[in-house]
Design a protein around this ligand. Sequence first.
Ligand SMILES: Nc1ncnc2c1ncn2[C@@H]1O[C@H](COP(=O)(O)OP(=O)(O)OP(=O)(O)O)[C@@H](O)[C@H]1O
Length: 289
Amino acid sequence: MEQLTISHVSKKYGRQVILEDLNCQLAPGKIYGLLGRNGAGKSTLLNIITGRIFPTNGTVALDKLGTNDQDRVLGQFYLMSESNLYPKRTTIQRMFDLADGSYGHFDYQNANRLLKAFGIDAKIQLSKLSTGLQTAAKLVVALNVNANYVFLDEPTLGLDANHRELFYKELVKSYQEKPRTFVLSTHLIDEIQQLVEHVLILADHHLIEDADVETLLDRAYTVTGPANLVDQYVAGLRVLSADQLGTVKTAYVFDQLDDQRVIPDQVKVGHYDLQKLFIGLTNGGSENE
Ligand SMILES: Nc1ncnc2c1ncn2[C@@H]1O[C@H](COP(=O)(O)OP(=O)(O)OP(=O)(O)O)[C@@H](O)[C@H]1O
């Protein structure tokens, strides 16, 4: 499997800049989280990668194929998205056949097992299903299509908690059985934190973070204690936000703590999670407070 390289990708609609000079690489066999606030450009980026729309500038290429052999490049990408590209009367069975026709080797057996688990009849038309079950049916296709890069744009839209759990479990199972790259664009950050290895965060038309979750969280510290001591301790560090209750303050630091910084007795240092980090980074966090 080849590495996917996004080089200098920009997208404008008229004078509105959506993405500006984006550069990143997606490795084969890895699960990514694509995060960004509403309107940040996540769907736009996924649509560009999978050839549904053209970038204003830039290229998307697979290592050995470059950008020339577009058919072979796109033949390795599958995008599951909210928008329904299927004709109105398309049945679930027909969706399976279309995926098989386009990508070959569709895993009918596993897809039918999963359909049962979601309680969906293969003969039903997609448009007759509830919102959540339409998502579920599209996920069944996405998890069984023969593509090396599977992009899931809001894969849990309308899914109830039970079905979300089923999807996460099946995604891991599918990935373990046949490692390939998944990119999940979602707002349910808490739910995917354990699932994704690497995150890409889109904000202000750029990728503001492109790192392994572990590496990011290694720099995400809470510093709690009397406000004056916390302020002294975090001086010079990047503080994304702070809460204060009476005289007790918690600062959310996103920085490397060095050993020379002695922690005062009354100050406690802990960790915070990816969702809190995302909020801090995309709320316009300042360099210091
Ligand atoms: N065809 C289009 N014409 C004009 N503007 C568009 C078009 N498609 C998208 N946009 C704009 O591009 C911006 C990014 O939209 P996009 O759907 O990529 O964001 P997103 O990060 O997926 O958002 P959300 O999380 O809300 O789904 C939005 O401001 C949107 O209005």
